[in-house]
Design a protein around this ligand. Structure first.
Ligand code: BG6
Ligand code: MG
Length: 216
C-alpha cells in the first residue's frame, strides 16, 4: 500500500476542457497572419506555455517574428481567449472532476492545482472551484515549463507533503513526465498509448475514486 497524502491537479484537460477556446483564439491569430490552423495541430499545444505555443504556430506558418512582435501576438491571442473564458459557467467542469476533488478533501487528502496557465485563477473563479484547492500554483508562479517538475514540486512544498506521497493528474505527456521527474505518482487522463509512464490512465476524473489511489 502506498501513502498518498496529496493530489495535485493540472487544470486544462483535467478539470475543464479549455482546449477549444485556446484553439479558437490561436486559429483566429493564424488566420489573421494568413494561414490556417487545424484541430490536429492544436494537439501539439497541450500543456505547452503560451509563448512556446506561439512559436510552434509561427513555425507551422513558416513565419519569423521579433521578440517584441511575439509579445504583441501572444497578448492579442490571450485577449480573445480571456474574453471566452470569462463567460465560462460552473457546468463546464469535466464530468466527475468537482466531485472527485471534493472526495479527496473529504478523505483528508490535501489538494493543489499545478497548471502552466496564467489564466488559472480566472477559470477557477468562473467554475466556482477556488475553494477546493489548498494551494494554487499557476503559470505566474513558475519559471520552468513541464516536463520540468517545478510546478508540482512547488505545490508539494507549499502543501508540506513529501513528493513521494503525492499523486498528479495530467492529460499532457509533458505533464506526466513532470510528475515522474518530481518523484511523484501520476494518473494520466486520456490514452495509455500517449501517456506512457503513468501509473494508471483513465478517460476522466469521473472514473476515479479515493479507493483507486491506494492501488497506484
Ligand atoms: C496549459 C494549456 O494548461 O496552459 C496550454 O494546456 C496553454 O494549451 C498553457 O498554452 C498556457 O495557458 P495561458 O492561459 O497562460 O495562455
Ligand atoms: Mg492539461
Amino acid at each position: 500500500m502506498n501513502n498518498i497524502q496529496a493530489c495535485l491537479f493540472d487544470l486544462d484537460g483535467v478539470i475543464v476542457d479549455t482546449a477549444i477556446y485556446h484553439y479558437k483564439a490561436w486559429k483566429r491569430l493564424a488566420n489573421e497572419l494568413g494561414f490556417d490552423f487545424t484541430e490536429e495541430q492544436n494537439e501539439l499545444l497541450k500543456g505547452v506555455s503560451r509563448v512556446r505555443s506561439l512559436e510552434i504556430i509561427l513555425g507551422l506558418g513558416g513565419i519569423t517574428k521579433t521578440d517584441a512582435e511575439k509579445e504583441e501576438l501572444a497578448t492579442r491571442k490571450n485577449d480573445w481567449y480571456v474574453d471566452m473564458i470569462t463567460r465560462m459557467k460552473p457546468n463546464e467542469v469535466l464530468p466527475g472532476a468537482r466531485e472527485f476533488v471534493q472526495s479527496c478533501r473529504d478523505a483528508g487528502l490535501k489538494t493543489a492545482l499545478g497548471s502552466a496557465s496564467k489564466n488559472s485563477m480566472t477559470i477557477l473563479e468562473k467554475i466556482g472551484m477556488v475553494n477546493l484547492f489548498d494551494v494554487i500554483i499557476d503559470g505566474n508562479k513558475v519559471t520552468k515549463a513541464k516536463p520540468d517538475p517545478e510546478v508540482f514540486l512547488n505545490g508539494a512544498k507549499e502543501l508540506g507533503i513529501d513528493p513521494a506521497n503525492c499523486v498528479v493528474f495530467e492529460d499532457a505527456i509533458a505533464g506526466v513526465e513532470a510528475a515522474i521527474n518530481g518523484g511523484m505518482k501520476v494518473v494520466g487522463i486520456g490514452s495509455p498509448q500517449v501517456l506512457v509512464g503513468a501509473n494508471l490512465v483513465v478517460k476522466g476524473l469521473g472514473e476515479m475514486s479515493v479507493e483507486r489511489l491506494q492501488a497506484l
